[in-house]
Write a protein of this length. Structure first.
Length: 669
């Protein structure tokens, strides 16, 4: 079926005013990391903005007037702008069906729905990552890790990423709000598969929460912005994550929620998913205050066992005020596009009790209210007399009803296109379990004991660096990127030892002759934290405690545990040794016979390191066609310390001495 899509203008017009071996014979010692710790009145009616208009899928749009100044969001202007945008958007919702291949569904839906934008446009994809109770031990819970089935499948987001890459986009970030410790965020992205997916796709992955607890630099989202004009809303202390404001200003904000029932919100998609961007200034840390959006709920749940009628009344009141608050969030943080994953969609309570849909679908559009309306119908949670009996007359989620009323969006009969639209032609099965004590089931199908196991991600392909053959004397060791180096293909890395993407980039080139092995390192984001008072011609012990690069060179692919380590600082300091992991010995007397030249640009935070290594053990290994173990690493900064790796070792703590994680040096003829 041909798919028609009307695309909204995107621009909001925001104007944001120890990894080394020590030189001892005691054997290698893993390095320790310096880890960053993250660990109610009705809304006023603003005047709709006349500058926010509908457009086709165009590479240009009218940004409109600025709504952020001096680091604060003009909430009234932004709310008016988004109200006008969504009230005007009557574009059809796209619904696709397919086999349980979330990657294919994500890519197809992205191609059908996401508007064309210039290739340099930054894009923020926000999946539902925090919508689970807590981690479980699969061995003790029938294979259930507590995460799968509750969150957006990472393969669905991979499909979106590949669609965007196919259009030439390179500035892609996957981000979600997180209300717990940063160490738990790291566990979540590892268990869920998002860490592996974003690493393999070479896109950034960040927790967007930051009110000064995280270290604010580069790959961190920065402190949140205050939102002026929220005093008469139900969320007067609402803040806006800086990373979100930046993408609303200059880019494209894509919400990628899981299609699922929710024990409190009735269902969770784009509107409920806005909880992920919530930060409140009531207390510190602000990212831990999300619970205040439904702060009345706890008392209502305690009252139900004591006085059922009074408790149910309080529960319904808490749900209604939560709906008002989430509408407040939608007014200032409405996504430009919603791409929702239902492969499968989940009935139940959204957490421990789940009924997967028999079909796999993806639902998307540019109006989050209409997308949620179609998702509610697919879950059987639209126009429901059973819901109305339990929820004071609400035939669907109060979140959907409240948002539709607030924005003036008619949700009676939205246009639906795509090969999955026919699934809505007949009554849908429904399974809903409320935390207030009632449940709705259209049949006796038992709930899912554990989500189906996800196929394990393939082992990461280890990278390769090609060393170009050059005649002896072709390279002058002067720290310059001359013509001879331009002919050598560089490798680039910005990942740390764990595989997480950072904002610090390193490029490395290699060459060889019959008498030397040559390397050129180009360092971006160089802080030059080196003791310049120390002489560069004398071997420097503990150089690994300062800024430096490290090369691990294995002369024999059959013995990866035996290699040479050469450390070089951006000012020319060096330190080298041989390592034998099998015997747990290192030789500090070994010399790489280095010739080193460097150039630095302190203002631009750049450094170039050029080195020739003439040790006979290295030169002897350089045979045309050889493929040798190679590790490329960099240590940068003091607090927090960055441990960067070309081929990440993925150890619990920073440790570069993992031979099985080395990449490959290809010695070209």
């Amino acid at each position: 079926m041909a798919i028609r899509v009307a695309i909204l203008a995107v621009g909001l017009g925001l104007a944001l005013s120890g990894c080394s071996e020590k030189k001892t014979n005691a054997g290698p010692t893993p390095s320790e990391s310096v880890m960053a710790r993250s660990t109610a009145a009705p809304s006023a009616t603003p005047v709709p903005s006349a500058t926010d208009v509908m457009s086709s899928a165009s590479v240009s749009w009218d940004a409109g007037p600025a709504v952020v100044a001096s680091g604060e969001v003009d909430g009234a202007a932004l709310r008016a702008k988004n109200r006008a945008r969504l009230a005007a958007d009557r574009s059809p919702v796209t619904m696709l069906a397919g086999e349980r291949d979330p990657r294919a569904l994500g890519e197809r839906l992205c191609k059908a729905v996401v508007p064309a934008r210039p290739k340099e446009t930054p894009i923020l994809i926000k999946p539902n990552l925090g919508g689970f109770e807590w981690f479980k031990d699969p061995a003790k819970n029938g294979g259930d890790d507590g995460v799968r089935g509750r969150i957006t499948d990472p393969e669905f987001v991979r499909g979106i990423v590949r669609c965007l890459k196919g259009r030439g986009h390179t500035r892609i970030t996957v981000a979600e709000g997180w209300g717990a410790k940063h160490e738990d965020w790291k566990t979540l992205v590892r268990v869920s598969g998002y860490e592996a997916m974003t690493r393999e796709e070479k896109v950034a992955l960040v927790a967007m929460d930051d009110d000064g607890v995280f270290d604010v630099e580069g790959d961190r989202p920065g402190k949140p912005l205050a939102i002026r004009g929220m005093e008469k809303t139900h969320a007067p202390t609402l803040l806006m994550p800086k990373i979100l404001a930046e993408h609303l200003e200059k880019g494209l904000f894509i919400s990628a929620p899981k299609i699922k029932a929710h024990r409190f919100g009735v269902f969770s998609m784009a509107i409920k998913g806005g909880q992920g961007v919530v930060m409140l200034s009531d207390a510190s840390p602000a990212f831990n205050q999300k619970w205040r959006m439904h702060k009345e709920l706890g008392d209502a749940l305690k009252l139900i066992p004591k006085d059922h009628d009074a408790g149910q009344k309080a529960y319904l009141a808490s749900l209604r005020v939560f709906a008002e608050r989430m509408a407040d969030v939608l007014e200032v943080a409405a996504p430009h596009v919603v791409l929702a994953e239902g492969a499968p969609a989940m009935g139940g309570d959204g957490f421990g009790r789940r009924w997967p849909s028999s079909e796999s679908v993806a639902i998307g559009g540019t109006n989050p209210i209409l997308v949620d309306r179609v998702g509610a119908a697919f879950l059987g949670l639209w126009d429901s007399a059973d819901l109305a009996r339990e929820l004071g007359g609400h035939e669907t989620s109060p979140l959907l009803e409240t948002a539709a009323k607030r924005f003036g969006v008619d949700i009676a009969s939205p246009a639906v296109e795509g090969d999955g639209a026919a699934l809505l032609a007949k009554p849908r099965p429904v399974h809903f379990v409320s935390m207030s004590g009632f449940a709705i089931h259209s049949d006796a199908t038992p709930h899912e004991a554990a989500p189906p196991a996800r196929a394990p991600s393939p082992a990461p392909e280890r990278p390769a660096l090609h060393a170009r053959h050059v005649p002896e004397g072709a390279l002058t060791i002067d720290g310059a990127v001359d013509a001879a180096w331009n002919a050598a293909a560089p490798v680039r890395f910005d990942t740390d030892w764990s595989g997480a993407t950072t904002s610090i980039t390193t490029r490395v080139r290699a060459a060889w002759s019959e008498r030397a092995f040559y390397m050129l390192w180009e360092l971006e984001g160089a802080g030059l934290a080196v003791d310049a008072s120390r002489p560069v011609k004398v071997e420097r012990e503990k150089l690994y405690e300062e800024d430096c690069v490290e090369l691990f060179f294995g002369p024999d692919a059959a013995e990866r545990t035996r290699y040479y380590e050469i450390e070089v600082g951006p000012l020319g300091h060096f330190f080298d040794l041989s390592v034998d992991r099998k015997t747990k010995k290192s030789d500090v007397a070994w010399s790489s016979a280095p010739e080193i030249a460097t150039k630095v640009d302190r203002d631009a935070r750049r450094a170039t390191i050029e080195v020739a290594l003439r040790a006979p053990e290295i030169v002897a290994a350089l045979r045309a066609g050889a493929k040798l173990p190679l590790g490329l690493y960099r240590m940068e900064g003091k607090s927090p310390r960055k441990y960067l790796a070309w081929s990440p070792t993925r150890t619990e703590k920073p440790n570069f001495h993992v031979p099985e994680a080395f990449g490959t040096l290809v010695v070209d003829p």
